[in-house]
Design a protein around this ligand. Structure first.
Ligand code: CTP
Length: 362
């Protein structure tokens, strides 16, 4: 980013990440004043989009797309929902005071590199602490409780004592009229990290109460290694889907399917391999991994030994044996499959022999 101006600042996550020596996902810039007029006056910049009510602008400069926000203050007329803009072009200090934690409330001058730290973010970075900026922070925006969890596991930080108390007091008196869409975004970002300690804290600190009124205890089996090994597409739902109540979340169809398939699994603890295979083969791998909290041995055995077993014979092969298509085909496949599951190295010819045996062909 080559635009430099005495009123243009890097702000929030990017400043925090640089101080922590971490790579930032996106670069947020704030202009101390009206970003839109500022952008219009940048020589050789192309304005791509203007969002007047928010005072933000997207420009193209030297082939790079850059977002610039105006400093703004916000209020929460409806607690737990999106804030509304109070003033655009407020002071930089007012802008940082609307933010979540001190570590996210620092600005860095694009011109001099000076760090502007009104709230003690530098000190908190040094002490690895997450501290809210005011006592109503979680009441205004309870998604910040999940954000704190996310940052704590991402950076190895703890809540400072007072912030911890504010969290406890909010969780003891939750206002369930909140934006679950926003909450879900934070839950997804947190649990997609696949860090078991996040789930541990989520349960131990009773953060799950934001979703579920019933009590919930931490499963004794840590499935993060299974997730690492089998790389399911949809990680967060493996964690959150275990909660007794998630109907408030605006899940996608695929996520709903994963949770429903998990809830429908019915297997006895001494189920045979064939039954395990039949149960798990046609459901999403996420649901299978979820089931490891109920029976990890069964799931590990399925994933490591049974998952990839497939029959090589097809309907055409049976037809070639002179058998007319009927529902017997499926019975034959099941018969061969049962054998193959106990002898996975079976060859095509062995499968044909078993099919012949099934139809009593000599
Ligand atoms: N913010 C906030 N309250 C929220 C969400 C965001 O105060 N519920 C503020 C924080 O100051 C944050 C900034 O908005 O730094 C940008 O939010 P976001 O992009 O979600 O977070 P980052 O801090 O950039 O973190 P990440 O690295 O996870 O993107």
């Amino acid at each position: 980013m080559e635009i430099k101006d005495e009123k243009l600042y890097y702000i929030g996550g990017v400043v925090r990440d640089e101080l922590l020596g971490k790579k930032s996902f996106d670069i947020d810039l704030t202009y101390d004043g009206d970003a839109i007029s500022f952008a219009k006056n940048i020589k050789d910049a192309e304005i791509l989009r203007i969002n007047e009510p928010f005072g933000t602008v997207k420009i193209k400069y030297n082939n790079e797309e850059i977002d610039i926000a105006s400093t703004r203050s916000e209020i929460y007329p409806q607690k737990g929902h999106l804030p509304v803009v109070e003033k655009i072009g407020c002071s930089l200090k007012e802008d940082v005071l609307r933010r979540d934690f001190t570590i996210n409330a620092m600005a860095k001058s694009t011109l001099t590199g000076e760090i502007i730290d009104y709230t003690g973010g530098l000190e908190d970075i040094k002490n690895k602490k997450l501290r809210v900026l005011h006592d109503n922070s979680f009441i205004d925006d309870p998604t910040r409780i999940v954000r704190a969890l996310k940052f704590s596991v991402r950076f190895g930080f703890d809540l400072d004592e007072h912030t911890q108390k504010l969290q406890e007091s909010y969780l003891a008196n939750i206002n369930y009229d909140m934006s679950y869409k926003r909450l879900q975004k934070e839950l997804k970002e947190t649990f997609d990290l696949n860090i078991w300690a996040a789930f541990d804290k989520f349960v131990e600190q009773k953060i799950y109460k934001l979703l579920a009124l019933q009590d919930f205890s931490l499963p004794s089996y840590d499935f993060s290694k299974l997730i690492e090994e089998y790389k399911p597409e949809n990680i967060w739902i493996i964690y959150i889907g275990l909660l007794p109540e998630i109907s408030n979340l605006p899940l996608t169809k695929a996520e709903v399917k994963i949770v429903e398939a998990y809830n429908a699994i019915s297997l006895s603890s001494d189920a045979e391999d064939y039954e395990v295979y039949k149960t798990f083969k046609n459901i999403p791998i996420e649901s299978v991994i979820m089931y490891s909290v109920k029976n990890s041995k069964l799931v590990e055995n399925y994933l490591s030994k049974l998952k990839d077993i497939e029959l090589q014979i097809s309907g055409n092969d049976i037809q070639s044996l002179g058998i007319a298509p009927s529902e017997k085909y499926q019975q034959c496949f099941d018969y061969v499959l049962k054998e193959k599951i106990s002898s996975p190295n079976m060859k095509f010819e062995d499968e044909i022999s078993l099919a012949r045996e099934f139809f009593s062909i000599n």
